[in-house]
Design a protein around this ligand. Structure first.
Ligand SMILES: C[S@@+](CC[C@H](N)C(=O)[O-])C[C@H]1O[C@@H](n2cnc3c(N)ncnc32)[C@H](O)[C@@H]1O
Length: 285
């Protein structure tokens, strides 16, 4: 006997609750069913007692099984919402995290007028596109070392009609010789190579090059901080997202390289997550 949408959802919720917190199990089951039926949440709620076709039930159950194996729901759906933007994501890109909205908010507080802004390691373009959307006069450049990720960032820029964002293939600052910026932001890789989390959960499916950064997780942050003064205007800002336990290390490094007004902001969960400093214009050390 055919199941109703509500019954199908309930079974999936119970299965997903074995690997996810109950709230996430519920919302992910709904997202997957909305995806399979190409419907929105309001339709799903209003039609809970409709019967589901055998074909839709089969496709949905296959997605639930993939999720139970750990595949992130964003890769199955092909998109993720970030700062109010629907961004295409693929296994070549990191899945943007809500924590990174802290970095965007800090950046938007500093941006005014036609400032030149750089996003290092743009992935889907999440940070660069959110800044461009909310600070339309800013001149935003987005850089990534991954050609495939950069192609996704370009596609997102086009589909969101934010084509003014300049996407550049570069190993951090390498392709930006002679260019200077008022604000440089980055959510770089910052996980220790040996961190067991890399082999768990969603991280298993995301590009290793977007996550891991040497034995102490600070290899890329070190490279960015050391080079940033060459690419910053006097009084320009550098803002870095980092691990919850790296704030002190990042603060010390910024101070050591001559940055002033160094401070750390907390993410939505209250963890120290974004550290920023202002370049005073002295000769780079
Ligand atoms: C943690 S992900 C952040 C992605 C995106 N900014 C976000 O917040 O969702 C780090 C990004 O840095 C890029 N990356 C890693 N090493 C790089 C390098 N040497 N130069 C430029 N980009 C790099 C990765 O390809 C990846 O897209």
């Amino acid at each position: 006997m055919p199941l109703t949408l509500q019954q199908l959802l309930m079974t999936a919720r119970q299965q997903l609750a074995q690997v996810l917190p109950p709230g996430e199990a519920r919302s992910e089951a709904q997202l997957l069913l909305m995806h399979v039926l190409a419907i929105n949440r309001a339709w799903l709620i209003a039609h809970g007692s409709d019967e589901v076709t055998a074909q839709h039930a089969q496709v949905f159950n296959q997605l639930v099984q993939r999720r139970l194996q750990g595949e992130p729901v964003a890769y199955m759906l092909g998109y993720r919402e970030f700062f109010g933007l629907r961004l295409k994501v693929t296994p070549d890109t990191l899945i943007p995290r809500p924590d990174t909205e802290t970095l965007v908010e800090a950046a938007l507080q500093k941006i005014s007028g036609a400032m030149r802004v750089l996003d290092l390691g743009t992935g889907t373009g999440a940070i660069a596109l959110a800044m461009a959307q909310h600070a339309p006069q800013a001149q935003v450049t987005a850089v990534d070392a991954s050609v495939k990720a950069l192609a996704v960032a370009r596609e997102n820029a086009q589909s969101l009609q934010l084509g003014s964002v300049r996407c550049v293939h570069s190993d951090w600052f390498e392709a930006l010789a002679g260019q200077t910026f008022d604000l440089i932001v980055s959510n770089p890789p910052y996980i220790e190579d040996s961190d067991p989390h890399l082999a768990q959960g969603d991280l298993r499916f995301e590009p290793y090059s977007a996550l891991a950064s040497g034995a102490d997780g600070l290899q890329d942050i070190d490279r960015i901080i050391a080079s940033a003064p060459t690419y910053l205007h006097t009084k320009g800002w550098l803002m870095l997202e980092h691990g919850y336990n790296q704030a002190e290390a990042v603060q010390q490094r910024l101070a050591m390289h001559g940055f002033q007004a160094v401070e750390t902001r907390q993410d939505l969960g209250g963890n120290p997550r974004v550290t920023l400093g202002q370049w005073d214009g002295s000769k780079p050390v």
